[in-house]
Design a binder for this molecule. Structure first.
Ligand SMILES: Cc1cc2nc3c(=O)[nH]c(=O)nc-3n(C[C@H](O)[C@H](O)[C@H](O)COP(=O)(O)OP(=O)(O)OC[C@H]3O[C@@H](n4cnc5c(N)ncnc54)[C@H](O)[C@@H]3O)c2cc1C
Ligand code: SF4
Length: 333
């Protein structure tokens, strides 16, 4: 059995106290919300904080407010179950409700939070292993080693962004509020990520995600589809989030974001550009799916083969856009 190492647990009552404690303890400290990713990572010695700053007792960090007309705010400590079942989120931001509802298992969604999901660690077959397993292969540069075992000549880590809600929030045009020692700021979800398997977040380690802000959703349609080995629970090996804003039958704005194909969610910019000003016809959907498939560059470091995952990008984007268009999932033979 893998055991947690000893650590000190602090339980601040306010965001200001949490930020102060993070600054006081520096690199020795980590934030913990639901702990569904952090504790297993600590058991495998991927994370070795000596101080944990728990967010569960922080007042005002959980809850959903606003409206689809004005835009909605979701406290970062809101559980994934609450996000997936919220009637306004399910109705007006279905990509997010679906993504949150497809994370892991019911038990983990009851503990796991939206903030933790947005910040969840990147994954790799050579990293998500016990300490003994990693030691047997002489570790890798993400933790305890020097080289990348997937791409030995590479100077960077290619671990995969594996959050379900990150591509959904990015496609919806959401922003995140951060509070840290230097004060408060709000950045687009698209600006929260960096293409590096180790330093995958742009936020400072001491910054706390306090809120996720969704823009107004009038005339907006969205969808999230997930490819994984087991339908009951598994991390995504491909996620496709697509959002369109419609002007009657015409696409006014579009955003397609792919999950689990790189170290950050990958926006398919060219595919969305093709769609703006057009009707969501089967022909347009085929062309957009072809364009969206190009930026997907999965490596051989997660479940299922990478050529298959790349091929499935086109299939899943087609399915997602057909759903947005109200067309049957597969074209008629
Ligand atoms: C068996 C299993 C299956 C899983 N399947 C999936 C899956 O299918 N899809 C998926 O997306 N995830 C999956 N997960 C990962 C995890 O359960 C979820 O990502 C969950 O949403 C993490 O939320 P949490 O609150 O538990 O985060 P925690 O584990 O508490 O924290 C995760 C990370 O986020 C940081 N953090 C947490 N809250 C904040 C905050 N407010 N501000 C700044 N940093 C913060 C922590 O320091 C830590 O680095 C799985 C995990 C397990 C064990
Ligand atoms: S991509 Fe390379 S460096 Fe990164 S976790 Fe995997 S093996 Fe390690």
């Amino acid at each position: 059995m893998m055991r947690l190492p000893p650590f000190t647990y602090l339980s601040p009552a306010s965001v200001a106290d949490a930020a102060r404690q993070m600054a006081e303890h520096g690199p020795a400290a980590m934030l913990v919300a639901g702990g569904t990713d952090l504790y297993p990572n600590m058991k495998r010695r991927q994370f070795e904080p000596s101080v944990l700053i728990g967010l569960r007792a922080v007042k005002g960090l959980a809850g959903v407010g606003g409206s689809a007309r004005a835009g909605m705010t979701i406290g970062s400590a809101t559980t994934l179950t609450a996000v997936s079942r919220h009637p306004d989120i399910a109705r007006h931001y279905p990509a997010l409700a679906t993504a949150a509802g497809l994370v892991s298992t019911p038990q983990l969604r009851n503990m796991g939070t939206l903030g933790g999901n947005v910040c969840v660690d990147t994954r790799c077959n050579y990293y998500n292993q016990s300490y003994q397993w990693r030691k047997a292969v002489n570790f890798c540069m993400k933790k305890d080693g020097d080289i990348c075992l997937v791409a030995p000549g590479s100077s960077r880590c290619w671990a995969v962004s594996s959050s379900d809600t990150a591509p959904a929030l990015w496609s919806l045009g959401a922003t995140v509020r951060l509070v840290g020692p230097a004060g408060e700021r709000e950045i687009p979800v698209a600006g929260l990520y960096r293409d590096d398997g180790i330093q995958y977040l742009t936020k400072q380690p001491g910054e706390i995600v306090t809120e996720i802000v969704l823009p107004p959703a009038e005339d907006v349609r969205s969808v999230y589809l997930k490819l994984r080995r087991r339908g009951s629970f598994d991390f995504p090996v491909l996620g496709v989030a697509a959002t369109v804003q419609m002007d009657g039958e015409i696409v006014r704005a579009a955003r397609i974001v792919l999950g689990a194909v790189a170290s950050l969610p990958r926006e398919a910019v060219e595919a969305a550009r093709l769609m703006v000003g057009e009707r969501l016809s089967p022909d347009l959907i085929d062309r957009a799916a072809e364009a969206a498939y190009r930026p997907a560059k999965p490596l051989d470091n997660t479940d299922l083969t990478h050529p298959y995952r790349k091929k499935m990008t086109r299939v899943f984007v087609t399915r997602a856009l057909r759903r947005l268009a109200g067309l049957p999932e597969a074209p008629e033979a």
